[in-house]
Ligand binder design. Structure first.
Ligand code: FES
Ligand SMILES: [Fe+2]
Length: 383
């Protein structure tokens, strides 16, 4: 057997935790569930059923009927109850069986789990907690005031299943360098702040000069547009719901947007990703033009996500990333993220204490600017 070379770095990776994160998880646009139908949603290693009662209140209950195991999301809404498609047992939003249409009496233990829910920003959320505790008010999803004014577009919402563990998505919060290589943007300012259940990334950037990136020189209503100056404040509230305020200068004009990046774990190796975007309407443009801008932005962001997805598809899980001085605080971020996977009693101070770092990107930018220039020169020589 060859001797082990101790100087060679070995990647370590344990299996992802069996437990799912404690916190509010977004199930999508609330009104989409008010269509008079029952819905299924695979989450947390099980299946949920979602239905609106006669008042419009959305209920989330266990998705499998304990009578004989049918999928309640395939059932029908009857008054304030969800009737199972198999034998018609009717379940209330509180999880209690209200009626069995062919029996005089409901067994006293006929009860399923009613999951805590909240609505905010026109979206529906479900609370997951392996310990079974109720959500505390301080971790409620914050309101985006702009979403309730007419000055912004509606949410442009998209849902995709991604086949990897959701920690890959979280790592993005601290991964400064990948913006250059994956997303075609050079970070000129980068700051992380973690505290309690909140993790924030503040970034300024410029599109790479040597690439045609989303939005750069894009055909836009018949005229060429150039995006320079990107500004983004992306904040996770809990383990899965990120609000990203985005501002960019497009042809000298400020365009503002909110991006929601949120996910619900399906199992240890897959999650449902939701991407929502709304854009501030430009007052001198008509609704149609504003809608076009919103769609263009949404497409750019969607493309951005799939740049990450392409990496996740082929990468391996790594618990011991080998970092350099110009990398962001991946280990501290992962420590912050661990708070959602342990019992509340086991949360350690270093998971929730304030941690703040503003990176010095002087050297990185010098090197990237030179890289862009060299690439451009090579492109021109080849033309
Ligand atoms: S399986 Fe649901 S009523 Fe029988
Ligand atoms: Fe990314």
């Amino acid at each position: 057997m060859p001797a082990v070379d101790k100087d060679i770095r070995v990647i370590k990776a344990e299996r992802p935790p069996e437990r799912f994160a404690r916190g509010w998880h977004c199930l999508g646009i609330a009104d989409a569930y008010r269509d008079g139908k029952a819905h299924s949603f695979d989450a947390f290693g099980t299946r949920l059923a979602i239905f609106a009662d006669s008042t419009g209140k959305l209920n989330v209950v266990d998705g499998y009927c304990p009578h004989m195991g049918a999928d309640l999301g395939e059932g029908v809404i009857k008054g304030d109850t969800l009737a199972c498609p198999f034998h018609g047992w009717q379940w209330g939003g509180d999880g209690k069986c209200k009626a069995i249409p062919y029996a005089g009496r409901v067994p006293p233990r006929a009860r399923i789990k009613s999951w805590p829910t909240m609505e905010e920003n026109k979206q529906l959320f479900v609370w997951h907690d392996a310990e079974g505790n109720q959500p505390q008010p301080e971790v409620a999803i914050p309101k985006i005031e702009e979403c309730f004014t007419g000055e912004w577009s509606d949410w442009i919402w998209e849902t995709v299943k991604i086949d990897t563990n959701c920690r890959e998505l979280i790592d993005n919060v601290s991964d400064m360098a990948h913006f250059y290589y994956v997303h075609g943007a050079r970070a000129t300012y980068f700051k992380n702040t973690f505290e309690k259940h909140v993790a924030r990334q503040e970034m300024r950037g410029k599109p790479r000069a040597d690439l045609k990136v989303a939005g750069d020189n894009m055909d836009f209503g018949g005229s060429e547009v150039t995006i320079d100056e990107l500004y983004s404040v992306a904040t996770y509230y809990g383990p899965s719901y990120m609000i990203d305020y985005l501002s960019s200068i497009v042809n000298g004009m400020q365009v503002e947007a909110y991006l929601i990046n949120c996910h619900v774990p399906i199992d240890q190796n897959s999650f449902t990703l939701h991407v929502g975007l709304m854009v501030k309407k430009l007052p001198f443009l008509d609704d149609e033009m504003n809608a076009q801008i919103a769609q263009m932005y949404a497409k750019g962001n969607r493309d951005g996500f799939f740049q990450d997805v392409a990496i996740w598809k082929s990468k391996t899980r790594i618990d011991n990333p080998l970092l350099c001085e110009a990398d962001g605080p991946i280990y501290q971020l992962r420590r912050w993220y661990e708070q959602f996977y342990v019992d509340v009693a086991d949360i350690e101070p270093d998971m929730v204490d304030r941690f703040e770092v503003e990176m010095d990107l002087t050297k990185s930018n010098e090197m990237w600017v030179a890289d862009e220039a060299a690439n451009k020169a090579a492109q021109q020589a080849a033309e």
